[in-house]
Write a protein that binds this ligand. Structure first.
Ligand code: NAP
Length: 275
């Protein structure tokens, strides 16, 4: 059966999910209002159908799939409801279980919680869309046979995403902060030499991490706050990821900068480079 899905919004990840839905003959719409040319270009390339406004779009779909920066997830849900939508709403963003519940309360009975692990789904076997709650199996079926490995899970899909990213993005922030500390203390060469002896691969990993995170740090900040809140709500220390959020906040201005290396990231973390 062909579903009519509104994708908010076609970012790097969202577009790949939209393309997968189209492969299964579903109709995927997006809203042009307020978005940049980069988003419009991705949507065009993937053959998504544009609508000028949210109000126009919600009248032409049965479902909404939210894939946006985590800090915008609640506002997107509120806007969709304010535009008159009351169908199935999938939030696939990196938000805490509490934020997911808040979104569920906003959008009502049609809520399905989701969490994405892996890079944008342009090849098979790399991207998992975890789904939980009533409706999870139905949403997973939309993606059957595509490059998106959609998996219903017991418990909260958002909690699973928080646990996963707590390590991947949390450890990336830690490694970058350590490189900045070593620089500030004048022990970079000695640290890299010691890592080369006892922590094989870490010198290269720290350099690679700078390039891999700099363009996305602006949205990782919000994700780290969501993870910290998840730890806090569980009665666990939340400081690791509050610090990670601050690391990514300092890197935020690197969003549109090309070929960022570790030296540039260190300069930002140490406040040696202005905005
Ligand atoms: N990329 C990945 O590898 C990856 C992996 C796992 C999970 N995810 C999840 O996927 C979600 C989005 O990632 P992405 O890679 O698609 O991000 P992205 O490429 O940065 O795209 C974000 C999209 O959201 C729009 N947007 C920006 N600011 C917004 C705001 N304040 N309110 C509403 N929409 C806004 C952007 O539109 P404009 O730029 O046109 O304003 C763009 O279309 C996140 O929740 C993330 O955790 C991504």
């Amino acid at each position: 059966m062909s579903e009519r899905v509104l994708l908010l919004h076609p970012g790097a990840m969202g577009t790949s999910l939209g393309a997968a839905l189209r492969e299964n003959a579903h109709v995927v719409r997006w809203v042009t209002e307020g978005r940049t040319e980069a988003t419009a270009g991705r949507a065009r390339d993937a053959g998504l159908a544009g609508a000028a406004t949210l109000e126009e779009a919600v009248g032409a779909v049965d479902h909404v799939l939210s894939v946006c920066p985590p800090h915008a997830a609640v506002a997107v849900a509120e806007a969709v409801v304010a535009a008159g939508f009351s169908g199935a709403y999938v939030d696939a963003n990196a938000v805490s279980p509490d934020t997911a519940r808040r979104i569920g309360a906003i959008v009502g009975d049609g809520f399905v919680d989701g969490g994405i692990v892996g890079p944008p789904a342009w090849r098979p076997g790399v991207t998992r869309l975890y789904l939980s709650g009533p409706g999870a199996r139905e949403v997973a079926a939309w993606f059957a046979g595509t490059r998106v490995d959609a998996r219903p899970v017991a418990g909260s899909a958002s909690a699973l995403k928080m646990c996963y990213a707590a390590f991947t993005k949390g450890s990336s922030a830690l490694i970058l902060a350590i490189r900045a500390l070593a620089e500030r203390e004048g022990v970079t060469a000695a640290l890299l030499e010691e890592w080369g002896i006892s922590q094989l691969g870490l010198p290269e990993r720290s350099a690679r991490t700078a390039g891999a995170t700099s363009a996305k740090a602006w949205r990782f900040e919000g994700e780290m706050h969501e993870i910290a809140a998840t730890f806090g709500a569980a009665g666990l220390p939340d400081g690791f990821h509050r610090a990670a959020a601050e690391v990514y906040r300092r890197m935020g201005p690197l969003k549109d900068v090309e070929d960022v290396d570790i030296e540039r990231v260190i300069a930002r973390l140490l406040g040696r480079e202005g905005d």
